[in-house]
Design a protein around this ligand. Structure first.
Ligand code: HEM
Ligand SMILES: *[C@@H]1O[C@H](CO)[C@@H](O)[C@H](O)[C@H]1NC(C)=O
Length: 504
């Protein structure tokens, strides 16, 4: 037995020695290299535990740019936002899609789009994204408004209690039901036979495993995840989707597009639709939570946003909301600058998305006037916007939610400074450059609509002595962090509030 253990130990030591002699070494002109002592894994564990802290520590020690071994990959972090523009403008040598295509196809289980089996598909998918933007946003906004009001009316009025009592619920659960259902219906359409609560539960189970899947842990090792993913994919089979009424133009176009490819199986098409569901609700739900949470935690912010909503919509329009659908147009949403600033402030505080680019050829990247670094083909370049979002030089008291941080003289504030220079990329929850999130305009609108309709329909308060919401850091690197603890709140529909207001 002892002999056996010794052999293992010796084996382990020789791997370590081999690794330290033969592993990658820093060459001239390359950024400092941090490998850790564990082969392959490198610094993966420290990175996962608290990326923000870990990277800030490395930045203090090694400067603004360094390369870290994380789970078999050499990732070069560019930490100074003043250097972001040079990364973003090298779209050709630093490509986003090589990474996203392979990660997405592995996670959602469809064949890589760029594998050569589907000529033109990737370009057509990119083109379909215009249907989430510009003029296409008007019908989406209209449809979302209708769905939100139906869903929220049902959530608020379904309680047994009489309307004029305070009722209690949990805030994240509330945001999840409301945003999931409304977004699903707006994008994919409706059918009386769909069980969206069940879909959401499965979705959440899958989503919990998402960080592990992205870290390339084989799905077979993750309990029932594979089964659940299969069920989620099956939800979107073409014959089922055909029965849903009023899907948006974007989903219709994608469905028709997939139909054109004989090389795509029905299951592959379904997996693509499932991936889009993930993209469309995965980040919007936590973002909705943080925005609403901070507004109801801060009386000053709530009053300012309420007043803005009243000013834009008019008192009369608002009192109708329990009787009939009201409309809030895209133009009206644009006028709500305090609300927009509150949404952006939530995205600033809780977005931890890394921006990843794969180096296409060995080359020398000029970062600014003085500095340039050599990069190797297939290495990964990462921007880590969270460190910019929490930089005390750019944002005073960076950890504090300040609802009007992005407003100056009644208009959007866009000047933020670091080392005396104006920072161009001071807030980037949606990625950067050509690969920015194509759903960002729709997402911003949805979030504003959700807050508007919720505040119009009810009065909300946190419970006395409620613990503050903290973030669940286990998803570092991916999207908007969810809250770690439950936040109970009480609410009272404004149907009755409005009546009492009038009696007084
Ligand atoms: C607050 C909400 C959202 C956030 C924070 C967010 C963030 C992101 C980020 C960081 C990326 C990667 C971009 C990059 O690395 O350059 C991305 C990609 C994407 N997002 Fe969003 N997103 C949100 C909402 C949405 C919505 C509502 C939709 C669709 C309706 C959507 C659709 C997509 C798609 C399709 C991609 C992949 C684009 C590509 O591969 O070219 N997102 N999003
Ligand atoms: C909020 O963020 C969006 C998306 O990044 C941007 O288009 C908009 O101008 C911002 N508005 C404010 C008030 O910060």
């Amino acid at each position: 037995m002892l002999e056996y253990l010794l052999t293992i130990l010796l084996g382990f030591i020789s791997v370590l020695l081999l690794y330290s002699f033969c592993g990658r070494r820093r060459k001239d002109g390359e950024p400092p290299l941090i490998k850790g002592w564990i082969p392959f894994l490198g610094k993966a564990l420290e990175f996962r535990k608290n990326s923000q802290e870990f990277l800030t520590r490395l930045q203090k020690k090694h400067g603004d740019d360094f390369t870290v071994l994380i789970a078999g990959r050499y990732i070069t972090f560019i930490m100074n936002p003043l250097q972001y523009p040079s990364v973003i403008k090298h779209g050709k040598q630093l490509d986003f899609h090589t990474f996203s295509d392979s990660a997405a196809s592995r996670t959602f289980d469809y064949p890589p789009i760029r594998s050569g089996h589907f000529p033109g598909l990737s370009d057509q998918i990119q083109r379909s994204y215009t249907l989430l933007q510009g003029p296409a946003l008007d019908p989406l906004t209209f449809s979302m408004m209708g769905n939100l009001q139906k869903v929220l009316r049902q959530l608020f009025l379904s309680g047994d209690e009489a309307d004029d009592h305070w009722q209690q619920a949990e805030l994240y659960k509330f945001c999840k039901s409301a945003m999931f259902q409304s977004t699903f219906k707006t994008l994919y359409g409706h059918s009386p036979h769909l069980d969206l609560d069940q879909l959401r539960e499965d979705f959440e189970k899958f989503d919990d495993m998402f960080p592990l899947l992205m870290a390339r842990i084989p799905i077979g090792l993750l309990g029932k995840t594979k089964e659940i993913r299969e069920k989620l994919i099956r939800f979107f089979y073409p014959q089922r989707m055909m029965e849903w009424t009023a899907p948006c133009k974007f989903v219709q176009t994608r469905t028709a597009l997939f139909q054109d490819y004989d090389t795509l199986q029905d299951r592959d098409k379904a997996a693509h639709h499932f991936a889009m569901l993930w993209a469309s609700v995965g980040n919007t739900i936590p973002a909705a939570f943080w925005c609403l949470y901070h507004l109801i935690s801060c009386p000053e912010a709530l009053a300012a946003v309420r007043e803005e909503i009243t000013n834009v919509l008019g008192e009369k329009n608002m009192q109708l909301i329990f009787k009939e659908d009201i409309t809030i147009t895209r133009q009206q949403l644009e006028q709500m600058v305090y609300l927009e600033s509150s949404v952006n402030e939530s995205l600033r505080l809780y977005s931890v998305s890394m921006n990843i680019r794969v180096v296409q050829e060995d080359f020398c990247l000029r970062l600014d006037g003085q500095r340039s670094i050599n990069l190797r083909k297939d290495d990964i370049i990462a921007l880590y916007p969270q460190s910019t979002h929490l930089d005390p030089e750019i944002y005073k008291e960076p950890k504090r939610f300040q609802f009007d941080r992005f407003v100056k003289d009644g208009k959007e504030k866009t000047d933020f400074y670091k080392s005396g220079q104006k920072v161009r990329y001071y807030r980037m929850p949606f990625g950067s450059g050509a690969t920015q999130c194509p759903g960002r305009f729709f997402a911003m609108n949805e979030l504003k609509q959700f807050v508007c309709v919720t505040l119009l329909m009810c009065e909300m308060q946190l419970l006395d002595g409620q613990q503050e919401a903290s973030m669940d850091n286990s998803r570092a690197g991916l999207g908007i962090l969810p809250p770690a603890n439950p936040i109970p709140f009480k609410y009272k529909t404004r149907k009755t509030l409005d009546c009492t207001d009038r009696e007084e």
